[in-house]
Design a protein. Structure first.
Lengths: 375, 375
């Protein structure tokens, strides 16, 4: 097979603070060894992709450029935020953590995959073609479409990694915030299947109803007046001592740790001014609220930890065997536990349409966009 | 030997929110097995003792009662802080984490210690006599006075535990805040002896000079205008990735983690929007500032952890062998590395003198009080 040329979505911040989104032609040489070339047919827009796509740019400054086939969008990065992205200045960065498509060329060691529909992880998925190694793809089960496997890595593996982490670190029940998300629904299904009690924290009755519909028993609305008391009750009932927080900013994470300490002290028989001896772990894995994190740590005792959580280094530490087991579970339950619903499918050029961008950039719960570069 | 009766300092909060300090007579039965009775001759007032002594009481509400021999002080606990001490309501709590004195009686298995001057840990040291087991005391070297061994546990073992923790968790250099404290000076001496680079953060030039006098090379004044830049420089130079923070409240701990991330990114060759892959650990072990902890986590990347740190559970986890090695080092270096200087020695009744209490309650750096119950 000859080389293949296709368009790839790129994001660049220049020294002057202008962030440009564009489609660049990229030529891939024929695959060698265990390499593959995949025609990308589906790639989801995850919140984590938006961070690289738009960086710290001010979306309100959007300006249109380029041509209909090769559109270009420009944004300004506020001066005070430039420091945070100094390391990417001048680099033309490809976007898209995961996707799925059809193998159209394969090196001699990967011929078995030719023609198969595969899920992929590894960045640069917002492109017409992607070259990668056979071990970085997972063949989808018969009958599954590219859209079914487009989001089989980030959310499914993150949800599974939460339950794995809880087990590895000796916790018996979990608290999850922003729990009605695509990821949160997967987590609830996993916890039900595995018998791990889960306390879901949401921000509306509609979100609570959505989780109850899939079998959740502990769902708390953080906007309810008696939220903190009910949180401590649910934690006392389940014994949750680990939490995963997608919000990050403000006091919600702190409230969860404090409720864990209150629940522990309800069982205490003796006073200790250093608090309970129950270890409480909060992992922050998202930034739906970009404000600083406020910890009312005097209410925690001293047995607590608040940590960042990121999937890729977690997978590296977990080791091949654990990751292989997790991937296999995702394949087995691709259209049940790990099904993603998309509210809209767009083409590669459409991703640079101002109206479309403003819509997917809002990150509304329940809305999820899929890019199909073959459109 | 017959039973012994002596006075013991007690702190009690009643249901109405009144905190009472008093001296109560306590009778100790003759020691059995490996038990000892020690006449307490020296017990330091550590910040951690004040937490139990005064709890959340408002010192401005002090009222005097009792008699000259058996003084009593009463304080009011503000209504909004009562919830935090509900578990101690109505309990008459003894105070004083550590002390030293002379063994005046010993059970049959501990006769060798009779007449020895020993250091002790285990609470209730603000008393004329203390009964405890032989394994909870350490005989002082010949010639050492009770005052030399009075503070041989809390600060020395905490300082040593910092260096042990750094080693165990794979860090090569340490950041310490409120670094001119008694504990901070010990830590600097240990780090110099062990070749562990230490970045000291202080709040005045006088404190900086104090640390430089004992050999510190990295001393930063957090009130200097270019503090954050110099902090990142010192961290880049030393490679510090673990910090111990006595302040707790506000943004100083966050500034330290952020400086670690900045230092890591100076060495980075490739942009990652998830931040560096250098793991950064902040331990909060004190509460000189009782305000909430504010974390500007978006500047940390995702490889970080902020945790409470408390000596007693740390020692339990560390195991007998490690603790024995640490204790032996304290004995060996009792009057050098681990020497404590006291600005004033007071009697047990004097600790309940309003003027004296207001003075030691201020926790000024460089001021340290010793209680001698034989006065």
């Amino acid at each position: 097979m000859d080389e293949v040329t296709g368009l790839e979505l790129r994001s660049t911040v220049d020294e002057g603070g202008t962030l440009t989104l564009s489609l660049e032609p990229v030529t891939l040489s024929p695959p060698q060894g265990d390499e593959l070339i995949v025609r990308v047919e589906a790639a989801p827009i995850n919140p984590s992709d938006l961070g690289l796509l738009l960086g710290p740019a001010d979306v309100a400054t959007l300006e249109k450029g380029g041509s209909p086939d090769r559109p270009e969008l420009r944004f300004q990065v506020p001066r005070e935020r430039i420091g945070g992205v100094r390391a990417r200045l001048g680099q033309s960065l490809p976007i898209g953590n995961e996707g799925a498509g059809t193998v159209i060329a394969a090196g001699p060691e990967a011929q078995a995959l030719l023609g198969r529909t595969v899920g992929m992880m590894g960045g640069a998925m917002y492109a017409q073609y992607r070259k990668l190694r056979a071990r970085d793809v997972v063949p989808l089960p018969d009958g599954a479409k590219a859209a079914d496997g487009a989001a089989m890595f980030v959310n499914p593996l993150t949800a599974l990694s939460f339950v794995e982490t809880a087990r590895q670190e000796g916790h018996h029940a979990i608290v999850h915030t922003a729990a009605a998300s695509n990821l949160g629904q997967m987590l609830q299904k996993i916890c039900l299947a595995d018998g791990v009690p889960l306390v879901n924290v949401v921000r509306s009755e509609a979100q609570a109803a959505l989780l109850r519909d899939i079998g959740a028993t502990h769902v708390l609305d953080s906007r309810a007046e008696d939220f903190r008391r009910r949180l401590a009750d649910a934690i006392a009932e389940t014994g949750a001592t680990i939490a995963f927080d997608a919000i990050g900013g403000g006091t919600l994470g702190s409230d969860v740790v404090q409720a864990m300490e209150q629940a522990a002290n309800r069982r205490a028989t003796e006073y200790s001014r250093y608090g309970s001896n129950v270890f409480k772990q909060l992992y922050i894995y998202g930034a739906l609220d970009t404000a600083p994190t406020t910890l009312n740590r005097l209410a925690f005792g001293f047995q607590w930890s608040v940590s960042g959580f990121l999937l890729t280094p977690w997978l590296q530490k977990a080791g091949r065997e654990t990751v292989a087991r997790m991937r296999q579970r995702v394949v087995n339950e691709l259209t049940t536990t790990f099904a993603s619903r998309y509210t809209r499918t767009i083409g590669l050029a459409e991703a640079l349409d101002p109206e479309v961008l403003r819509a997917y950039e809002r990150k509304a719960t329940g809305e999820k966009y899929l890019i199909d570069p073959t459109r």
